[in-house]
Design a binder for this molecule. Structure first.
Ligand SMILES: [Fe+2]
Length: 190
């Protein structure tokens, strides 16, 4: 790990998207995950590492806040240690979900975030998750669409997947498999 200071995300930063509001009322402002940005560069692409220790947010498994990119930019994740679930969703112009799917991944897996999809990452395990991503540098992620709805379309909890009632007509959650090697065509990145 590089000796640079990570950006730390605290519970306060993501409280608007946490499922378990009862737990939230008395929860301390704990550290959730650590983002080490810009550890490598290739052209206009940036390599980051995120570390997310195993933790429960009440009954919900710890997760990232979630965001969308400008439409022309996807992202590539690599699980370095532990396990992850990547939730991807696509919305229409009124912020209604038109597609939502999950990818369960473990160490060594590659995960493509397609252009136009918002994404969150969940640590569903009892080990620390360490993941890397390649992403185009120089755009700002949009957190507002997911914040506005109090989270993504589904929450992953001790009771399984729970639909977010703030969205109307959410499609059933479908599942896709991760890639087992680095994709040759990286044109979804930029
Ligand atoms: Fe992203």
């Amino acid at each position: 790990m590089n000796l640079i200071n990570p950006d730390i995300r605290y519970l306060k930063d993501i409280e608007g998207v946490v499922y378990d509001k009862k737990w939230l009322k008395t929860a301390p402002n704990i550290e959730l995950y650590y983002m080490y940005r810009g550890l490598d560069r290739r052209g206009d692409l940036r390599y980051d590492i995120t570390v997310m220790p195993s933790q429960m947010l009440g009954i919900e498994f710890v997760k990232t806040k979630g965001h969308y990119h400008p439409k022309q930019y996807g992202e590539l994740y690599i699980v370095l240690e532990g396990q992850a679930i990547y939730l991807m969703q696509k919305v229409d112009k009124d912020n209604n979900v038109v597609d939502v799917y999950a990818i369960e991944a473990k160490k060594g897996d590659y995960i493509i975030v397609p252009k136009g999809y918002g994404h969150i990452t969940i640590n569903p395990s009892q080990e620390s998750l360490k993941m890397a991503n390649w992403v185009c540098d120089g755009f700002k992620s949009d957190y507002s669409l997911i914040e506005e709805k109090g989270g993504a379309a589904y929450f992953y909890t001790l009771n399984g997947w729970i639909k977010n009632e703030n969205y109307d007509n959410v499609p059933d959650l479908r599942f896709e498999a991760p890639e087992k090697k680095e994709p040759e065509d990286l044109s979804f990145l930029n």
